[in-house]
Design a protein around this ligand. Structure first.
Ligand code: BTN
Length: 249
């Protein structure tokens, strides 16, 4: 597969660059904006994504998923996270998990993050910038909220070449994406649930921007991708950005 790639020596955020680029140039679907030196990476819920220069992957894939209804946009989160899981499982011996909504976890540590920024029309998704940050060679992390890991930390003898790895991930994502567009990608939700971190277990959650904590069993996700929890004999649903799952408890 030939991938249209725009490589930048340095950029504040490949997602921010891609959003701006789409507005001015309408790149073809599947264009990948990438750098090995992202200086102000964006994370979910307004967080910052830190990545050491020349050590990790930071890239954004431009898609125009007009076939996905706005209300089903979580499908894209599932598609990107499951594609990353498959690629990483082909390299590692450990099981790779998805911590809802789309943090990628190995050995209880975060190895990759995904940030999808979409522009919606009334009913569908006009464009989606799917940003992926994968820790590859970095061995030391500035760990505030969670423990982090990288491919090299998990496989000290492995030989990881950044551009080869990036291509492998993009091919997996785009293959799955074009199948999805044709209606031929089956079992996506099942696959997501199979890899969902701590599903079936009791976990402590924090309500974001509060000091409220509670315990609940993770049941899965509903049809629009809300986190489904069993809390005090009740089933409750939570949107992205409402809760934080606490690690290491
Ligand atoms: C998260 O876990 O909070 C999401 C992190 C997403 C980071 C990637 S790196 C490439 C792309 N550009 C950005 O500014 N962010 C995403």
């Amino acid at each position: 597969m030939i991938i249209n790639r725009i490589f930048l020596d340095e950029v504040h955020s490949t997602n921010a660059f891609a959003i701006d680029y789409i507005a001015k140039n309408t790149p073809i679907e599947g264009t990948v904006i990438s750098t090995y030196n992202q200086t102000l990476g964006r994370g979910q819920i307004g967080r910052i994504w830190d990545s050491g220069k020349d050590q990790n992957l930071s890239f954004s894939i431009v898609l125009y998923p007009s076939h996905i209804l706005a209300q089903n946009q979580f499908e894209l989160n599932m598609l990107i996270s499951c594609s990353l899981v498959s690629t990483l499982e082909s390299l590692l011996s450990q099981k790779v998990y998805i911590k809802w909504p789309n943090d990628i976890i190995v050995d209880d540590k975060k190895i990759a993050g995904i940030l999808i920024q979409s522009i919606l029309t009334q009913n569908t998704i006009r464009s989606a910038v799917c940003g992926i940050g994968l820790n590859v060679l970095q061995n030391h992390f500035n760990e505030k909220d969670y423990s982090a890991t990288s491919l090299q930390s998990l496989m000290p003898d492995g030989l990881f070449v950044l551009d080869i790895l990036e291509n492998k991930i993009c091919e997996e994502v785009l293959n799955n994406y074009y199948l999805h567009k044709k209606g031929a990608l089956k079992g996506l939700k099942h696959r997501y649930l199979q890899h969902m971190y701590r599903r079936g277990e009791r976990v402590t959650f924090q309500i974001l921007n509060s000091q409220k904590f509670f315990e609940a069993e993770i049941l899965g996700i509903d049809q629009v991708g809300r986190l489904t929890l069993h809390v005090d004999n009740e089933i409750k649903y939570f949107q992205m950005g409402e809760l934080k799952m606490l690690f290491n408890d």
